[in-house]
Design a protein around this ligand. Structure first.
Ligand SMILES: [Fe+2]
Ligand SMILES: [Fe+2]
Length: 383
């Protein structure tokens, strides 16, 4: 399986990970052969990349921390609730109550799957278009925040549910922000920025009035943009004034926002996002940040990397606790692209081999035709 940017897709490629449309229905299923029309459609929807099946690392499975079906169901549930909340006449909450039933189940499903897979690293990005950004982002933030809580330990089932539900709805208040501001490419004016900064309070008002969430789960919505140094919003809270669950969601929120393509910039690759977050220092809770970073692969499976030795290879495995020390299958001995019989090195505890740089999407597309023949037989087999 390989993550391929939509601009580089070609007819005939086989879809490996299902793609869902705006309504949460299946657009491209696993195993489907891409046609020109489908690729056009993906471009129109502004989908940045999809996962395709190929002979790149045929024996390696890239596992997501939650099931595709669960992710799709969660995205769909968040979308329903946000749309319902937007339609609601004041004073009525019937639709929301109905949605809520589904909501609790989805939260439990995510919590269960994350508890069952504590050794899985976050290796994958979810597929989302700019239209579905907030929904996909919400699910990602839930997964990241819950991963942090489970890694830290000591949270009750009830608290995990609060983290899950609060993070799925953390940006609910954005339904009040005009779309042209939300999707603006240039810098925001002062007034526009003020309108964006109202979303924690707006979201909190909606969930409280409608009786959807309360207590610590509702606090997540209100406080997820507060920062330890008091420079956050809306209330410039500091340190202990901020609920721990909101601090956890804040970290998840920043990571997901950094790695996502936005109308005004391309997303950072994971290794860059991790570096940026580490320099944020004390405005975030350091223990929570470390707990999360231990579970995020700086170089996800399938990333093409150059090592300090000059060797070039592809990441095939990551281990919890060692985000920057993947297992790499070497294919070239150096930049001159001299192929070798593939062999693997584990970078954990190896001072002599470290990741020096990551190849960009553009470089990977150029290198792939040279790499696939070397890798398609799996490990250690000669051409
Ligand atoms: Fe937010
Ligand atoms: Fe957010």
């Amino acid at each position: 399986m390989r993550r391929v940017p939509v601009w580089a897709l070609k007819p005939g490629m086989i879809v490996e990970k299902p793609v869902y449309d705006l309504n949460g229905s299946l657009l491209l299923n696993r195993g489907l052969e891409l046609k020109k029309d489908y690729i056009h459609h993906l471009k129109r929807m502004d989908v940045p990349f999809i996962y395709i099946e190929d002979n790149f690392i045929p024996d390696v499975k890239i596992e997501d921390v939650i099931l595709d079906e669960t992710r799709a169901r969660a995205v769909n549930t968040v979308r329903n609730i946000l749309e319902e909340a937007q339609r609601q006449p004041p004073g009525s909450n019937l639709g929301l109550v109905l949605e809520q039933r589904n909501f609790g189940e989805v939260v439990d499903e995510i919590v269960d799957q994350l508890i069952e897979n504590p050794e899985l690293m976050i290796n994958m990005a979810d597929i989302r278009s700019s239209d579905t950004y907030t929904f996909g982002h919400s699910v990602n933030v839930a997964v990241l925040a819950l991963t942090t809580a489970i890694a830290q330990g000591g949270y009750s089932r009830k608290q995990l549910r609060q983290i899950g539900s609060g993070s799925l709805l953390h940006d609910l208040g954005k339904i009040k922000i005009p779309l042209e501001i939300l999707n603006k490419r240039g810098p925001l004016t002062r007034d526009e920025f003020a309108s964006v900064q109202k979303h924690p309070e707006d979201g909190h008002i909606i969930v409280s009035r409608q009786g959807i969430l309360e207590g610590p789960a509702a606090d997540i919505i209100l406080q997820h943009h507060e920062r330890n140094d008091g420079n956050g919003y809306p209330h410039n809270l500091k340190e202990e004034e901020i609920s721990p669950l909101a601090k956890m969601v804040a970290i998840a929120d920043i990571y997901d926002a950094l790695t996502s393509d936005r109308p005004y910039r391309k997303g950072f690759p994971p290794h860059r996002a991790l570096e940026i977050m580490e320099t944020m220092g004390d405005i975030l809770d350091n223990e929570m940040l470390q707990a999360l970073l231990n579970h995020i692969a700086a170089y996800p499976v399938g990333t093409l990397v150059k090592l300090s030795t000059g060797e070039i290879g592809v990441v095939v495995k990551n281990r919890v606790g060692y985000p920057r020390h993947p297992r790499v299958r070497i294919v070239f001995s150096g930049e001159n692209l001299e192929g070798v019989t593939p062999f693997e090195v584990d970078l954990i505890g190896r001072e002599d081999r470290t990741v020096k740089r990551v190849f960009s999407e553009e470089e990977v597309i150029k290198l792939i035709p040279h790499v696939v023949p070397l890798l398609k037989g799996g490990l250690g087999r000669k051409e």
